[in-house]
Ligand binder design. Structure first.
Ligand code: NAG
Ligand code: NAG
Ligand code: NAG
Ligand code: NAG
Ligand code: NAG
Ligand code: NAG
Ligand code: NAG
Ligand code: NAG
Length: 157
């Protein structure tokens, strides 16, 4: 009994200790390259990790979307999905730095979470959490599909 309980306790401790904070900077110089808005553009995050979006420069949003419906909030495309959405945040030039946190819960641990910036989505201002590079739904393919969706500028994040 004692050893079984110890194993449970150790397992709990191990998964707690393994949880990571993963940071994506939101800002950068988007003059010639809108993809620079998210640095890095894609990350890997496991169960209980927390992805932090650090708004540092410029006027941007981080809004979850679906691969098939880029530049549109996931919730607008499928109302059962309660996607993350920072709304537009103007960080100035490091003058109003804020963070949005996305905890990786069991519900989303095995999903690719695509996201975009409202102001640069059609130009490459997109990224992903837990992207499968071998799949046809990869980051390059998402960028290409968002560039075809110029209509994104009309939708409120
Ligand atoms: C951003 O990039 C453009 C083009 O490369 C450059 O002219 C500009 O000085 C850069 N801005 C900053 C703040 O680095
Ligand atoms: C644009 O920025 C992205 C993200 O930082 C980078 O991976 C890519 O190489 C850049 N493209 C160019 C043409 O500099
Ligand atoms: C968030 O951005 C601020 C301003 O650039 C920077 O000082 C800080 O180190 C960033 N935090 C992380 C954990 O990257
Ligand atoms: C931020 O971007 C939004 C959407 O493009 C725009 O309506 C708003 O005026 C911008 N805010 C600032 C301070 O530039
Ligand atoms: C909406 O998302 C749910 C999962 O959250 C999925 O089961 C359902 O098939 C989706 N609906 C459509 C129309 O894609
Ligand atoms: C932004 O702030 C940095 C120092 O933090 C400065 O070097 C840079 O020139 C500023 N850029 C603009 C466009 O004001
Ligand atoms: C996610 O995938 C892992 C590995 O295949 C599996 O152990 C876990 O149960 C999955 N999580 C959910 C919520 O399906
Ligand atoms: C990644 O995508 C490839 C191609 O669709 C697929 O064979 C593979 O199982 C995927 N890997 C994961 C971890 O889902």
């Amino acid at each position: 009994m004692v050893s079984a309980l110890s194993v449970v306790a150790l397992t709990g401790l191990a998964s707690f200790a393994a949880a990571k904070q993963i940071w994506i900077q939101v800002g950068g110089n988007t003059t010639d390259n809108a993809s620079a808005v998210f640095d890095p553009q894609q990350v890997t995050a496991k169960l209980n990790d927390i992805v932090f979006f650090n708004f540092t420069q410029g006027n941007h949003s981080v809004t979850q979307s679906l691969f098939a419906t880029p530049c549109i909030p996931a919730n607008a495309a499928n109302s059962t999905i309660n996607g993350f959405d920072s709304g537009l945040r103007d960080a100035g030039n490091f003058t109003a730095v804020t963070q949005l946190s996305v905890p990786i819960t069991p519900e989303i641990e095995n999903m690719t979470l695509w996201f975009y910036d409202y102001n640069t989505c059609g130009e490459g201002g997109v990224g992903g959490i837990n992207v499968n590079d071998s799949d046809y739904e990869n980051l390059d393919a998402f960028v290409v599909s968002t560039e075809k969706h110029v209509s994104c500028q009309q939708l409120i994040p």
